[in-house]
Write a protein that binds this ligand. Sequence first.
Ligand code: ADP
Ligand code: MG
Length: 365
Amino acid sequence: MKDQRLVYLDRVSKVYGTAAHPVYAMREVTLDVQPGEFFSLLGSSGSGKTTTLRLIGGFELPEAGHVYLGGKDVTQLPAYRRDVHTVFQSYALFPHMTVVENIAYPLKLAKEPQSAIAERVQETLKMFRIPDLGDRRPAQLSGGQQQRVALARALINRPKVLLLDEPLSALDAKIREEVRQELRALQQETNLTFIYVTHDQEEAMALSDRIAVMHNGQVKQVGTPREIYNHPADLFVAQFVGKANFLQGAIADLSDTTATLQTQGASFTVHRQPNAAIPLQKGTDATLMIRPERLQLNPDTALPNRLSGQLTHLTYIGQLLEATIETPLGTLRVTQLGHTALQPGEVELGWNPDDCQIVDYSATR
Ligand code: ADP
Ligand code: MG
């Protein structure tokens, strides 16, 4: 992908509150969004997602840093002079206007000719699969339909960037998934750039080309859903995204490509991530992470990493098996595809050095 940086935040900080009681909503946030990307800001409540979006939209001024749109420094530029459009959590449709009037509103503001407006509105209604709802008012629409209208209005004058702040959070689960898929399809059809805020990791995973994981006003990691899941940058990201098992130990041995974690009575080999910025040293305490589906139950081949334990719980969720294993090093969770004949009792666990990762360390010894 050619680096074009449609949106670029350069060490942006935003502080609320007073000098005596500052609230650091953004701490030196640096990120770039490429044209045509579906980019998500993922984090729990209060992590700084909305503030980041508002900074891009031009609704806030940063205390430090710069915001660039299309290579131009827009840090001081007000919202209405930026080529972005924001859809907030509440739909904010005009209640006294029909669907058609709501959708046409941005074009009217832009003083487009009447005939062009009518044509664009019809096209848009079709694109959003709501061609028959044009004459209704917002109160006569379901939540999902209202959100479609809000999106249609946001997209009608083709902003370079669409900012979406938890747009699906008011919808119930089934509709949410429906609108989610439509949103993704829409983004791919239009090839517009979406910046999407959510606290829902599944939603971020399903929708995004890339995700920025935020915590305490900081960006912890930026990557594709796969990168973030398979190679979390630190313990926080490993815990926040997906399920994970953790083993505590100390680094007993190190080479350029592998590390050996020594725990009580066992040692495990890890392939080191070439890009991991972790300055491991012999003797440091470290935390090893293994995703539940990377653990193999009673493996038929000899795997370098092995641990035995007691299988205490088995749950079948469709084709997926979830097992709880009590080991001397703690409780581990395993998920596997398919139904092997498993029973509670003694089991062997095994995993490969590629299937685990050091996510935390501290040189306290
Ligand atoms: P998120 O959208 O991830 O939930 P926000 O960006 O809304 O997080 O908020 C980040 C932090 O900044 C929170 O601690 C929040 O309380 C604080 N904050 C946000 N907006 C304001 C404001 N207008 N005044 C004071 N504090 C604010
Ligand atoms: Mg928010």
